[in-house]
Ligand binder design. Structure first.
Ligand SMILES: CCCCC/C=C\C/C=C\C/C=C\C/C=C\CCCC(=O)SCCNC(=O)CCNC(=O)[C@H](O)C(C)(C)COP(=O)(O)OP(=O)(O)OC[C@H]1O[C@@H](n2cnc3c(N)ncnc32)[C@H](O)[C@@H]1OP(=O)(O)O
Length: 222
């Protein structure tokens, strides 16, 4: 097996601030472009109804790409996907590309636009809304020097269908802290229309939980 040509020290046990760049963009811009291409494939596959011949041809091409990438496989602490905090979607093709606009110690605002890949039929799929809230609320919960915490609950209310191909605004607020508990609220708007809101609890990890954070699910990606 070919070793990866680049080793990225982006998994910091002290936890980086999730609104600050953690990776040298010089070495990783091509990876960001790869993920962007994967998003284009996801959208194109979703939107298409190819002939059997074309479906088979594209499946072969995609499997060839997967085989090529597998020769560069690294462990989860070393992977780039999901850790490119500074780029929308964090370098992870499933997550909707969230653009962060403003950040304070207790608030965040951002924008997100989803396409048909994330559609539940002419509107955003109900499973995607929590992905968006989890991303923005978790990042806020774990920023501004706060020790790392995990989501204990995330309650989402769906107030109106969220349109596709339309910019939505996302806001997040840290409501307060009680000991290890951090209470947060999020809202998703289309213009003046409240599309969804959420309340979540993040619980600060105990030292032994922090030590095991990247290892306690060992083997779960297999
Ligand atoms: C699909 C797209 C993905 C895109 C992104 C992809 C990749 C990202 C990749 C990399 C990201 C990079 C870095 C991120 C790294 C790590 C972040 C990981 C964070 C997560 O990915 S997170 C995932 C979902 N999350 C969990 O996997 C949590 C499972 N769970 C637990 O780990 C425990 O459950 C825990 C720790 C939450 C609490 O456990 P514990 O033992 O420490 O807490 P304890 O019992 O002491 O409770 C203390 C006080 O919290 C209250 N409390 C607790 N739970 C409550 C509840 N549910 N409701 C109401 N109150 C609750 C108690 O009542 C008590 O309150 P009081 O003190 O007042 O009595």
């Amino acid at each position: 097996m070919t070793e990866p040509t680049t080793t990225l020290d982006i998994w910091n046990p002290g936890w980086p601030d999730p609104f600050r760049p953690t990776v040298n963009a010089d070495t990783d811009d091509e990876y960001a472009d790869l993920v962007e291409a994967l998003r284009e494939v996801q959208e194109a596959v979703t939107r298409s109804r190819p002939t059997p011949e074309v479906a088979a041809e594209v499946a072969t091409a995609l499997r060839t790409a997967a085989r090529r990438l597998r020769t560069f496989e690294v462990d989860e602490d070393t992977q780039i996907a999901g850790k490119r905090w500074e780029i929308p979607g964090k370098g992870h093709a499933l997550a909707p590309a969230l653009h962060i606009d403003t950040v304070t110690d207790t608030t965040v605002t951002g924008r997100v636009t989803v396409g048909r890949f994330h559609s539940g039929r002419y509107a955003m799929n109900g499973g995607v809304t929590p992905l968006i809230f989890d991303e923005i609320l978790a990042r806020l919960a774990n920023s501004a020097g706060r020790p790392w915490g995990r989501t204990a609950y995330l309650n989402v209310n769906y107030r109106a269908p969220a349109p596709l191909h339309t910019e939505l605004t996302v806001t997040a607020e840290l409501l307060g802290q009680e000991g290890r508990k951090r209470f947060l609220r999020g809202a998703l708007h289309h213009g003046d229309v409240l599309v969804a809101d959420a309340e979540g609890l993040w619980v600060e990890l105990k030292p032994e939980q922090t030590l095991n954070i990247s290892k306690d699910a060992e083997g779960s990606d297999r």
